[in-house]
Ligand binder design. Structure first.
Ligand SMILES: Cc1cc2nc3c(=O)[nH]c(=O)nc-3n(C[C@H](O)[C@H](O)[C@H](O)COP(=O)(O)O)c2cc1C
Length: 198
């Protein structure tokens, strides 16, 4: 049985374009995988805490030296990582907020990057340790930023932990008037059609 992990990070609920587009992709996937399982990680509904000194300390403390509170931090990080490990395909809703990813998505990534668990340094440079499954990123933006730093932030992180098959589906120009918005959404929907063509 195939498992799709859908990660959403928009704070605008039912008005979210990235969630709506990723939902369209997931709906198509479901029709193609009737026995497939969809796991939803909604980072707005259940925010991942910021990585602070205490949490980072917990992640660095050897298992036999952890306090119960530190163990809970590690268990939580493990749970997030295991969701990624168990996925055959990952769908990520990634709005652009103030020139970057939503802070909740950054906090999530901060709990995923674990030396020796999701990446390691080798003589040849860093090596990602998560299974290399396809990741479809739904990038929604008010303006036009494709190919710039907002993309590098996402793909660099995903590549770093092992995901090399990252496909970004753009819906851009969403704040530049109705025509521009429709064009941006249509372009994303066309890409979804191509990607999910049987
Ligand atoms: C808090 C906030 C910050 C935003 N910052 C930017 C920005 O820096 N650049 C941009 O092009 N659009 C920006 N936008 C517009 C969003 O990228 C756009 O509304 C997009 O649809 C967000 O995805 P969502 O609908 O899934 O939340 C911002 C929107 C919000 C709510």
């Amino acid at each position: 049985m195939s498992t799709l992990l859908q990660i959403t990070s928009s704070i605008t609920g039912d008005n979210s374009q990235s969630t709506a587009l990723s939902n369209e992709f997931v709906a198509r996937w479901k029709t193609q995988h009737p026995d497939g399982k969809v796991v939803l990680r909604d980072l707005a509904a259940e925010a991942v805490p910021h990585l602070d000194g205490a949490r980072l300390g917990a992640l660095f403390t050897p298992a036999d030296k952890r306090t119960p509170a530190q163990q809970a931090v590690v268990d939580y990080s493990d749970e997030l990582i295991n969701e990624l490990r168990n996925a055959d395909v990952i769908v990520l809703g990634a709005p652009l907020y103030n020139f970057g990813m939503p802070s909740t998505l950054k906090a999530y990534f901060d709990h995923i990057a674990r030396a020796g668990v999701t990446f390691r340094y080798t003589a040849n440079g860093p090596e990602g340790l998560l299974p290399d499954v396809p990741v479809y990123v739904f990038a929604t933006r008010g303006g036009h930023y494709a190919g710039g730093p907002a993309d590098w932030q996402l793909t660099t992180f995903l590549n770093f932990v092992g995901f090399k098959q990252v496909e970004t589906i753009y819906a851009e120009g969403l704040a530049l008037g109705d025509d521009s918005k429709a064009k941006g959404i249509n372009a994303a929907q066309e890409r979804i059609n191509q990607l999910t063509a049987a």
